[in-house]
Design a protein around this ligand. Structure first.
Ligand SMILES: *Cc1c(COP(=O)(O)O)cnc(C)c1O
Length: 344
């Protein structure tokens, strides 16, 4: 392949920048199982403060951060409510059921749309034979929902639903940074709406590894025990936390660039009827090829021949994701390549 590869499969494909590698190399470290890694402690304190919470815990993956958040709110035999496309039940290998003994029930997913009244009607109280609802989980931004952003007012209404029902509220905030940049809602405003949140450092923020679960000091103390049980207690992990601190300090505001590039891709492909640019709010461009003469597998294969990689999610669905390792020239070339294929 003569052209430089433009990898639009996911925002997880990024490699650490030079500045990030320097921060990693210089990181002070200690044994984090003893709570003695100063860089991990600093990252946890900084991220907890950003989200207006008392404490946070570093985890190797977002799946682990989500599952700890869920286990903190839902005891074995309790129920979690979420939408049918939620990452926590779609892409986490059944972890809530297997590791937490958590029963899940879903409402139908329609992009990132959320109706708090519909959720309120699903809550089941304690009672003889009932599976009592203990928590509700939402995803901000919504991955399978094409990077859609749930409006702040909707989340506030859902908080009232959770309070009235006496159940917990968890946010899968793998890309909550993108919602913050797209809607201008402070991270602390989001943070205070939820009892537990997970956030990823290894998606749009560009760190090689790492997520955090964020909550009260009391819950995060319990979270340490759950993380240890899942095999996620690590030692001199400050080298990774340093990448995360660098990412939080340097790579949040620049997500606006990723959003603008996603919007450019959407605008270039909209004439082929495969995407509604108005629905592309963040860094994900979902392609619906239901009415296109080109199916997703052919699109993926033809693009790959021209050094453009896209995610093929189904026979007629594909996805483009923008991130830190792209540049304007690459995005424009990808738009031309994809447009030419769709033109047929
Ligand atoms: C990527 C992602 C996660 C976490 O995934 P890991 O690969 O375990 O870091 C959680 N939720 C959403 C919505 C995601 O996109």
């Amino acid at each position: 392949m003569a052209e430089r590869l433009v990898d639009l499969r996911s925002d997880t494909v990024t490699r650490p920048t030079e500045g990030m590698r320097q921060a990693m190399a210089a990181a002070e470290v200690g044994d984090d199982v003893y709570g003695e890694d100063p860089t991990v402690n600093a990252l946890q304190d900084e991220v907890a403060a950003l989200f207006g919470h008392e404490a946070a815990l570093f985890t190797p993956t977002g799946v682990m951060a989500n599952q700890i958040g869920i286990q903190l709110l839902v005891p074995p035999g309790g129920e979690l409510l979420c939408d049918a496309d939620a990452h926590v039940i779609t892409y986490e290998s059944g972890a809530a059921a297997v590791n937490g003994g958590v029963s899940s029930r879903t409402w139908p997913a329609v992009g990132a749309d959320l109706d708090p009244e519909q959720v309120a009607a699903m809550v089941r109280p304690d009672g003889f034979h009932a599976v009592p609802t203990r928590a509700i989980a939402v995803e901000q931004t919504h991955n399978r929902g094409g990077g859609g952003v749930i409006p702040l007012a909707t989340l506030q209404a859902l908080r009232r639903v959770a309070d009235e029902a006496g159940v917990g509220l968890h946010c899968d905030g793998a890309r909550i940074w993108h919602a913050h940049v797209a809607d201008g809602v402070p991270l602390s405003t989001y943070g205070r709406l939820f009892d537990t949140l997970s956030v990823c450092l290894s998606k749009g923020l560009g760190a090689p590894v790492g997520s955090l679960v964020i909550s009260s000091a009391e819950r995060i103390e319990r979270a340490r025990r759950i993380r240890a049980r899942l095999g996620g207690a690590m030692r001199q992990v400050g080298v990774l936390a340093a990448a995360g601190r660098y990412a939080v300090a340097n790579h949040v505001d620049r997500l606006a660039v990723d959003h603008a590039r996603a919007a450019r891709l959407a605008a270039a492909l909209a004439p082929f009827g495969v995407v509604d640019p108005a629905r592309v709010r963040t860094n994900i461009v979902p392609l619906d090829l239901a009415k296109s003469p080109v199916d997703a597998i052919s699109l993926g294969a033809a693009a790959r021949e021209q050094a453009v990689l896209v995610s093929v999610l189904g026979p007629r669905t594909a996805r483009l994701v923008t991130h830190l390792d792209l540049d304007d020239a690459g995005v424009d070339r990808a738009a031309e390549v994809l447009a030419a294929i769709l033109r047929g």
